[in-house]
Design a protein around this ligand. Structure first.
Ligand code: FES
Ligand SMILES: [Fe+2]
Length: 360
C-alpha cells in the first residue's frame, strides 16, 4: 500500500456514529480508503475494504447475507473477517482470497476503526476524552459534519481558540477572548494542552443566557489534543473573583460551562469527517434549555465550517504546495504555539510510521 505523507495510519479514527451502522451496508471514505460497514446478526460492527477482489465493484453495492456480505455483481460472499466463503459456479475458493478487515471498537456511541497494522490495534490507545458521554450525569448533543478541508485546518482551529473573538462573536466569543486571555501551552508525551484564562470580562451572549450572569465573569477554555486528531475542549466560567481560576477550577465547568469533543477523521487529502459531541452536566442544562443549546452549538460549528471551506479554497488556489493542510503562513503569532506543537507531535508519529512502512 502506498502511504500518504499527511496521514497517520497506525491510529484509531472514528468512522461512524453507532446509530449509522445497521444491517444495511454503509460506505465511507477514510484516509483515502473506501470502507464498508454493517452489523452482524448479533449486532457486532464489521468494517471491510469496500472493493470486491473480483472486478472491484464496491461491496457496498451488494447486500448483507447472514453475518457476511455478498457482492452485487457476480455474487461472491465474504465473512465478517473478509474471507471469501462462496463463489457462485466455482468449486474451489482460493485460500488467500479475502478483502481487508479493519479492527473495530464501539465506544462513546461511535465506531472506531484502526487504519494501520492490525497487530498494533490496542483499544487502550483510544483517548479518554469522550468518557463522560457514557455517564448518566451529562446531557449530550452530537453529530457528524462533513468539512471541505484538510483535517489539519480543523486541528489549527481547535488549538487556537482566539478565533472565538471573530468567528463566534455573536455567541461564545467577544474581543476579550483574543485580547485579554492568558494562555499557557504544554506538551507531555504525545498530548498537547492549552489553558486560556480570560478574567473579569463581560459574559459573551451564550454565557449570559445559559449561565444567567449579570456581572463580569472569569472564564476558561482548556483544549487537549491526542493524535491522530482527537480533541477535548473544557469550557467553564464563574463570577469574577480576586484571583484567577486555579488549576482545580479549570478542570471543571465552574458555575456554567460545557465540554466539546471532536474526532476528526480525514476523508481525503482535502475533505474531512468532523464527529462531534458537546456535553454539559445536567444541572447546567435543564430540560427547557436543551433545544436552544443544541441550536446554538450547531450554529457555532457551522461558522467554523464556513471558515474551513473558504480557507481550503484559498490554500488550494495559492499553490499546489498549499494542499494537504500546508498553509504556508508568512507569520507566526503567539496563538499559533499550540497548533504548531500539535502538528509537530503528529508529524513525529507519521514519520515514525513511515520509517516502519516496509514491514506493512
Ligand atoms: S465484482 Fe464482485 S463478484 Fe464479480
Ligand atoms: Fe470555532
Amino acid at each position: 500500500m502506498e502511504e500518504s505523507e499527511t496521514f497517520l495510519h497506525n491510529g484509531w479514527y472514528v468512522i461512524a456514529m453507532s446509530q449509522e451502522v445497521t444491517r444495511d451496508l454503509l460506505p465511507r471514505m477514510v484516509l483515502n480508503e473506501p470502507l464498508v460497514m454493517y452489523r452482524t446478526q448479533a449486532g457486532v460492527p464489521v468494517v471491510l475494504e469496500d472493493y470486491c477482489p473480483h472486478r472491484l465493484l464496491p461491496l457496498s453495492k451488494g447486500c448483507v447475507v447472514g453475518d457476511g456480505v455478498q457482492c452485487g455483481y457476480h455474487g461472491m460472499q465474504f465473512d465478517p473477517n473478509g474471507h471469501c466463503i462462496n463463489i457462485p459456479g466455482e468449486e474451489r475458493i482460493p485460500r488467500d482470497l479475502k478483502v481487508r478487515r479493519y479492527p473495530v471498537v464501539e465506544k462513546h456511541r461511535w465506531i472506531y476503526a484502526w487504519m494501520g497494522k492490525p497487530e498494533l490495534a490496542d483499544p487502550k490507545l483510544i483517548p479518554e476524552y469522550a468518557d463522560p458521554t457514557e455517564s448518566a450525569g451529562w446531557h449530550h448533543v452530537s453529530g457528524l459534519f462533513p468539512a471541505r478541508c484538510n483535517y489539519l485546518l480543523i486541528l489549527d482551529n481547535i488549538m487556537d481558540l482566539s478565533h472565538l473573538a471573530f468567528v463566534h462573536a455573536g455567541s461564545v466569543g467577544d474581543a476579550s477572548i483574543a485580547d485579554k486571555a492568558v494562555v499557557e501551552t504544554s506538551t507531555q508525551g504525545d498530548r498537547v494542552r492549552v489553558v486560556r484564562r480570560t478574567c473579569n470580562v463581560p459574559a459573551a451572549s451564550t454565557y449570559a443566557h445559559f449561565g444567567k450572569y449579570r456581572g463580569n465573569i472569569d472564564r476558561w477554555q482548556v483544549t487537549e489534543y491526542a493524535p491522530p486528531a482527537f480533541f477535548l475542549v473544557n469550557n467553564g466560567s464563574k463570577p469574577t473573583a480576586p484571583t484567577p481560576p486555579s488549576e482545580g477550577d479549570v478542570s471543571g465547568n465552574g458555575m456554567w460551562g460545557f465540554q466539546v469533543y471532536h474526532a476528526i477523521t480525514p476523508e481525503t487529502e482535502n475533505t474531512s469527517h468532523d464527529f462531534w459531541t458537546i456535553g454539559a452536566p445536567v444541572e447546567m442544562l435543564p430540560a427547557d434549555a436543551r433545544e436552544k443549546f443544541k441550536n446554538t452549538m450547531e450554529g457555532i460549528l457551522d461558522e467554523d465550517r464556513g471558515v474551513y471551506d473558504a480557507q481550503q479554497k484559498a490554500v488550494e488556489a495559492k499553490s499546489p504546495l498549499g494542499r494537504a493542510g500546508r498553509v504556508q503562513s508568512r507569520i507566526a503569532l503567539k496563538g499559533d504555539k499550540a497548533l504548531v506543537a500539535a502538528r509537530r507531535v503528529l508529524q513525529t508519529k507519521i514519520n515514525a510510521d513511515r520509517r516502519g512502512v516496509a514491514g506493512k
